[in-house]
Write a protein that binds this ligand. Structure first.
Ligand code: FDP
Length: 296
């Protein structure tokens, strides 16, 4: 089944369904350009939210923006490469927050990278991740895939002969002993994180960590469980990962698949959005593993 028919069958409002299809079209182009161009060199520039940029970051941002500007239902477009969200259509219904190329520091070594997006009705300040109406991520690996939720489960499409084709319905996250611990540098500043990591090792968990949030979380979804962590530390209390266009959409997808996500105290989806760039620590994956992390 193609993406539009599938979204309609899940009851997605027509403007939302078309918006997701437009994001899917943008991801097709980003995936194609990643495969066939040499855009992974560092530019020596820093983006609006403080990261080093490669040419493909800038290009991916332009591809997403072009597709969103052509979509009448988009009100606001914000994301990793933009200082302030752009007002796209004053009578648009949805705000889209997007990380056009997550994990771009891995592009030069040919690891999997991805695009993440969260979609809200209206403005987002003062709302929480629970107000999202849909979230998705694309994975650019040996296969190009798209994981989507319109809050009716989590479903996977694969790019086959240029079309997004449904390959798996209702992905489920239960329990599995895989760990992906980001920001291990935090162990130097906080003994609790070192103890948590030691607990995974001593309990014979299998390490599966790529350094890219998208493939690391995709691993949990496909192996039916596990945990991804990126804590804060005294010198950087909120960690690195952005709430609006990394942690919130991934948390919606994880909860919809039966998993959980926390900042160590409360569910990431319950965090109130105060500004467009805010960051949050994150512990995401199997329910019992997220509880274990909070305990530590
Ligand atoms: P990247 O900087 O390569 O874009 O937020 C982006 C992210 O990658 C995540 O995909 C990844 O999990 C994390 O940063 C890795 O951070 P460290 O460089 O601190 O390990």
């Amino acid at each position: 089944m193609d993406l539009l028919s599938f979204l309609e069958s899940k009851g997605a409002e027509p403007g939302l369904a078309k918006l997701i299809v437009a994001l899917g079209d943008a991801c097709k182009i980003i995936g194609g350009e990643l495969r066939e161009s040499l855009h992974s060199k560092h530019l020596g520039t820093i983006n609006a939210t403080g990261d080093d940029q490669i040419a493909m970051d800038v290009r991916s941002d332009a591809i997403i923006a072009e597709h969103m500007r052509a979509c009448p239902s988009v009100l606001l477009l914000g994301g990793e490469e933009m200082a302030e969200p752009e007002k796209v259509n004053l009578d648009g219904r949805y705000s889209v927050f997007c990380d056009p190329l997550d994990g771009s520091s891995l592009a030069d070594v040919n690891f999997s990278v991805g695009t993440i997006a969260g979609i809200y009705e209206g403005e987002v300040i003062g709302k929480t991740g629970r107000d999202m109406v849909a979230a998705l991520y694309a994975v650019y690996g040996p296969k190009t895939t798209l994981i989507v939720t319109v809050k009716k489960g989590v479903h996977e499409f694969m790019l086959i002969k240029g079309e997004w084709t449904l390959i798996e319905e209702s992905l489920q996250v239960g329990e599995a002993k895989y760990f992906a611990c980001g920001n291990l540098r935090a162990c130097v500043e906080r003994a609790d994180y070192l103890k948590l990591v030691e607990n995974f090792i001593l309990n014979k968990y299998t390490l599966r960590y790529s350094g890219g949030m998208v493939p690391d979380i995709n691993h949990i979804l496909h192996k039916g469980g596990g945990i991804f962590t990126y804590p804060g530390m005294p010198s950087k209390p909120d960690g690195k990962l952005r709430l609006l266009f990394e942690c919130a959409p991934m948390s919606l997808i994880m909860e919809e698949a039966g998993g959980a996500s926390s900042n160590g105290k409360i569910p990431v989806l319950d965090l109130v959005i105060n500004n467009y760039e805010e960051r949050t620590p994150i512990f995401i994956g199997s329910k019992s593993e997220v509880e274990k992390c909070a305990g530590f």
